[in-house]
Design a protein around this ligand. Structure first.
Ligand code: ADP
Ligand code: MG
Length: 330
């Protein structure tokens, strides 16, 4: 039996909202009221996940909630912001508007929201033909210290956190109906947003982006926003997990560079900060790998493997309208 909208909101969602002192009025009125920290700038992002496009219809409700919040946390991380308040829009087919499903969904939400003390301050719940989850995440950053895509400079080093390609491998295995190893499945279903890293990169990184579409596409976004700069990327330096390494050896080294959904941070920084970034990697226990250099604007993108130039693939990452109608997960 589906529940009423009222009981879903007040019995299933609101009790899992989380508490923050700066929430003056949370779920229950026409709008929420929050008290920003004096002098801070507000940073806002919104990302939507649609069933069948961003996740398999069979995906666990806990994972859908986790990912819907994680992709937004990742966006704020890429800005160097501190996440604080979230709004949740649920478009639910009847079978999802049930206590059991919402309860599991909210358990997944809480699992991640509590890690970063994010409070759910409101949202909207509506019936729909297709399950869709949309999250608006609001955070704060000191004025002028947000990391933008547009700040890369020729000569900067290009850095990556963690490993890339794991989510892409999991997706490829699921499509092929192969067994998906737990470690890569987790990277697809429950990505780890690099919130603390992003915060620490303020005043270090010249530009940053989180990898959702694919390394090449997202690097392209930084280069374009920074004035059509070029880049030289050492494919042999790319951080791959052992499983992704085996995959790319068997298939193509370009697969993990274009598969996306990694939610790692890709950033540029002056070469003088190289050792400082290695120290930060130790401090935060997050792998940071230097994978290339930013070049002046007439140099284009150069992918180097074994000392030779690779042909840049046409498809550098996912585009909802340009890509074939296959599922992507972000
Ligand atoms: P209204 O008709 O004024 O938009 P709603 O019935 O949509 O009010 O919402 C009532 C309250 O419940 C509001 O505070 C709203 O923010 C909150 N709310 C509704 N849906 C959700 C949701 N999915 N997650 C969090 N809060 C929600
Ligand atoms: Mg409403």
């Amino acid at each position: 039996m589906a529940d009423t909208e009222f009981s879903l909101i007040y019995q299933q969602i609101a009790p899992c909202a989380g508490v923050r002192d700066d929430v003056l009025l949370g779920i229950g009125d026409d709008a929420a009221i929050v008290q920003p920290t004096t002098g801070q700038s507000i940073v806002v992002a919104l990302d939507t996940l649609v069933s069948g496009r961003h996740f398999f219809p069979t995906c666990a409700p806990e994972d859908i909630a986790w990912k819907a919040l994680a992709v937004n946390l990742s966006d704020l991380a890429a800005m160097g912001a501190v996440p604080k308040w979230a709004l949740l829009s649920l478009s639910l087919p009847l079978e999802n508007a049930q206590k059991g499903w919402i309860k599991r969904f909210m358990a997944g939400w809480q699992g991640l929201a509590q890690q970063y003390a994010v409070a759910l301050i409101g949202g909207d719940t509506t019936r729909a033909d297709q399950l869709a989850v949309s999250v608006t995440l609001i955070g704060e950053v000191s004025p002028g210290s947000a990391i933008q895509r547009s700040g890369a400079m020729p000569g900067d080093e290009i850095w990556l956190s963690g490993t890339i390609g794991d989510a892409g491998l999991a997706l490829a295995q699921r499509y092929a109906n192969q067994a998906v190893d737990d470690a890569v499945a987790m990277r697809l279903d429950r990505p780890t947003p690099r919130v603390n890293l992003g915060f620490s990169l303020r005043n270090l990184a010249t530009a940053a982006i989180d990898i959702s579409d694919g390394f090449l596409a997202d690097l392209g976004h930084i280069l374009k926003a920074s004035g059509n700069l070029g880049a030289r990327v050492e494919v042999d330096a790319m951080p791959f997990s052992p499983m992704v390494d085996a995959w790319q050896r068997q298939m193509s080294p370009l697969l993990p560079l274009t598969s996306g959904d990694d939610y790692e941070l890709l950033f540029t920084a002056p070469i003088a900060l190289h050792n400082r970034l290695n120290a930060l990697s130790e401090e935060l226990s997050v792998a940071l790998t230097c994978v290339g250099r930013v070049l002046p604007s007439d140099q284009g993108m150069q992918l180097i493997k074994n000392g030779e130039l690779l042909v840049i693939p046409q498809r550098q990452g996912f585009d909802h309208f340009a890509s074939p109608a296959i599922m992507k997960t972000s």
